[in-house]
Design a protein around this ligand. Structure first.
Ligand SMILES: Cc1cc2nc3c(=O)[nH]c(=O)nc-3n(C[C@H](O)[C@H](O)[C@H](O)COP(=O)(O)O)c2cc1C
Length: 387
């Protein structure tokens, strides 16, 4: 039997005391009300993961303003007072179960599929996300052509992140995560694929951090020192998971250093697999096997930075979760958590884990659909051989 001691060791960061190392990964569920307020089903949904002993929950991506940030129909927002108030019952329900909850703040940029405020889509430079819109979020056909975001709109977008972070704090959240992964706006600014600007928001791999760094500074000023701020990063996007960052391991280390120096409390690294080598083509043989999280851990240790590391990607069993803690402090679980809202409890009790089944997200990734799937398919009593 796998030793699970490390997984169930407490961890503290930014004043948050976590009872174990298991984090619910952010997952969009397109189940909010049409006006972006939380639907009461979401209260039960998030409470369930806290009851199941995830010590920290990261919400689905929440849009930040009433301009260009919304990406999906029935995506929740933190863009106005009514949306802020609607999150309170979620936060309270999680806290009542002893869990902590962080709001993921997201601007969809070129990957917008539905926005009830604007007909246009913006990105750092004129660009189009590749592939087809995601049908399980209600999209179909190619992504729209995004126009270049103007200087004034860049400042509006930063203001959106800032105001929504303040709203998250007022709603009782324990922190915020800036969504800089999976090809959304922050990632687009980092990426040469979407950012060909020659002004202060563009340039080489390090200059392209100007936007995320400006967002971090502005959010920190608004929420103060005692509120957790993190950023999620990935190399790939939702439709191009195989993309890698320009500049290999050295530039990746430089990026991590800049972001850590900006005062983040945590960095959340995600990809197809926690163990996947980040730069398998690297010139230096020793570098070829390093995962993104291993690279970030090296930088943290060199800089003695006080930043917690969360790792994520394809962790569906306890041995892999335990191994992921070699470089990270916390491990975030996505799909396997959908199939097992009580993943940590099951592991503690030695109960089988139910396998994730994509049909629980089809035709739409909604909570109602998940409920239907659970009724039809979840048979934990019959799970021999699936541990
Ligand atoms: C239904 C669904 C919705 C997702 N929505 C988000 C999201 O809103 N924000 C985000 O950063 N990642 C999102 N992801 C990615 C997950 O957080 C996670 O990185 C991915 O599923 C890989 O982890 P896993 O192998 O544990 O599932 C989503 C994934 C799924 C399956």
């Amino acid at each position: 039997m796998t030793d699970t001691t490390a997984l169930f060791t407490p961890h503290a960061f930014a004043g948050l005391e976590l009872s174990n190392r298991l984090v619910l990964a952010p997952m969009t569920r397109t189940s909010a009300q049409d006006d972006g307020q939380v639907h009461f089903d979401m209260v039960d949904y998030y409470r369930d993961f806290a009851r199941g002993n995830f010590s920290l929950l990261i919400t689905e991506g929440i849009y930040t303003d009433d301009a260009f940030s919304q990406g999906y129909a029935n995506q929740p927002g933190l863009a106005n007072q009514a949306q802020q108030n609607s999150w309170r019952p979620v936060v309270d329900a999680v806290h009542q179960q002893g869990g902590r909850i962080i709001a993921q703040l997201m601007h969809a940029g070129a990957q917008t599929q539905h926005n009830r405020f604007k007909d246009e889509v913006v990105a750092p430079s004129e660009s189009r996300a590749s592939g087809e819109m995601l049908s399980f979020y209600g999209g179909s056909g190619p992504f729209p052509l995004a126009r270049e975001i103007s200087e004034a709109e860049v400042h509006d977008a930063i203001a959106g992140f800032t105001t929504s972070a303040r709203r998250a704090k007022e709603a009782g959240f324990d922190g915020i995560e800036l969504h800089g992964a999976n090809g959304y706006l922050i990632h687009q600014f980092i990426s040469e694929r979407f950012n060909q600007r020659d002004d202060a928001w563009g340039g080489d791999a390090i200059a392209r951090l100007a936007f995320p760094l400006a967002v971090i500074r502005s959010v920190r000023e608004a929420v103060g020192a005692d509120f957790a701020i993190g950023m999620r990063l990935s190399q790939g996007t939702v439709t191009e998971p195989e993309l890698t960052w320009q500049g290999g391991p050295d530039k990746a280390r430089e990026r991590f250093a800049k972001l850590m120096e900006a005062g983040l409390d945590f960095l959340h690294l995600t990809g197809s697999d926690v163990d996947a080598p980040a730069f398998p083509e690297a010139d230096d043989e020793r570098e070829r096997s390093l995962s993104l999280t291993a690279l970030a851990a090296q930088v943290r240790s060199e800089k003695a930075a006080e930043v917690s590391l969360i790792t994520n990607g394809n962790v569906a069993n306890v041995a892999k979760a335990q191994a992921a803690l070699q470089h990270a402090d916390l491990v975030a679980i996505g799909r396997s958590a959908l199939a097992n809202h009580d993943w940590p409890k099951r592991v503690q009790r030695g109960t089988c884990l139910t396998e994730f089944d994509f049909s629980m997200l089809s035709p739409l990734a909604t909570l109602a659909n998940e409920e239907d799937w659970r009724i039809a398919n979840d048979k934990p009593a019959n799970c021999e051989g699936r541990c």
